[in-house]
Design a protein around this ligand. Sequence first.
Ligand code: FNR
Length: 379
Amino acid sequence: NEIYLRGLGDVVPELPTDLTRLEALAGRRLSAAAFGYAAGAAGTEATARANREAFDRWRIVPRMLRDVAERDLSVRVLGTPMPAPVALAPVGVQSIFHPDGERAAARAAAAVGLPYVLSTASSYSIEEVAQANGDGPRWYQLYWPKDRELAVSFLERAAAAGYTALVVTLDTFALAWRPRDLDQAYLPFLRGIGVANYFSDPVFQKAVGGPVTDANRDAAILHWAANFGNPSLTWDDLEFLREHWHGPIALKGIQHPDDARRAVDAGMDGVIVSNHGGRQIDGAVASLDALPPVVEAVRDQAEVLFDSGVRTGADIAKALALGAQAVLVGRSFVYGLALGGEAGVTHVLRCLLAELDLTLMLSGHARIADLGPDLLVGT
Ligand code: FNR
């Protein structure tokens, strides 16, 4: 309402309210390497495009005369009360986009009240981001490193710093074939930004012979790269996480209903249907197309979250109607961060929530729980 009335009162927002325009604007602001890292995807980027096209194949069928004067968008997901079913997806090394990086995004998330999911590959430490996030809800995303002692150290630091849920990303035990990144020189890029979350870790420091300084920086980056993911993990290894994390756990990167069932069998609290924004396997199924079978498989036993391709409030309504309990947004907030730091992220989040609220209202729905497949027709 506020955004709307300001517009009517001839206050022009600094960033466009059509969030699909942010990518092109960010492309003009960022270096080629930084923009390629954000906007790029695997291979020919067919899956990144498919993620968007899948949203276009669903259309909303509005219903009339249903008293939508009072609406409630709040939900509780992974033990976290949320004002709306939206979280900021884990995104690595955010200082590539803005010097304040994760700290700016985590402040914006707290101001709007949405969970901030901190990536293992962050450019500020677990503790620094927690401080910026203050009383805001926050979850921790684990890239499970080869070194188990390091994994435990991350989990213990995150729990101590007030991250309440764990998101375990399964689809990125190796970085994929991403031409826009491969065509840039990686090491100088990483040397410039660092991955403070690792560098600040006592277990990591022990492995590289002490605190990371200019002298051992390249060695630290190479150690990070060698340790980053573990392709030999299996479903049995999840027990280890259960032992070392005492809050809710969601597995991110689930695309097959059988994997969702296995997550439930392993005692996981949720799954995140995601193809990493099309960044891992070129030619993979559009994430929105993978959502309904997963919901069907585990609806009553686990929470199902969704990401990959969400750009608007209407997109969020579609994913919720197809059974997601909440969505995560990645590039949308990244472009806001690139264009306006904390204020840019706040703008993006407020626009998404305002459009979601209007979409609910105008389609005749007063509560998130009222959304179901009958909202949509496939085209
Ligand atoms: C990501 N993503 C990601 N995921 C994760 O679990 N840990 C990470 O560190 C990162 N890093 C990362 C960097 C950048 C630049 C992007 C764009 C994405 C994936 C992210 O969490 C999410 O799955 C996708 O971004 C969702 O797709 P959209 O919203 O970008 O289309």
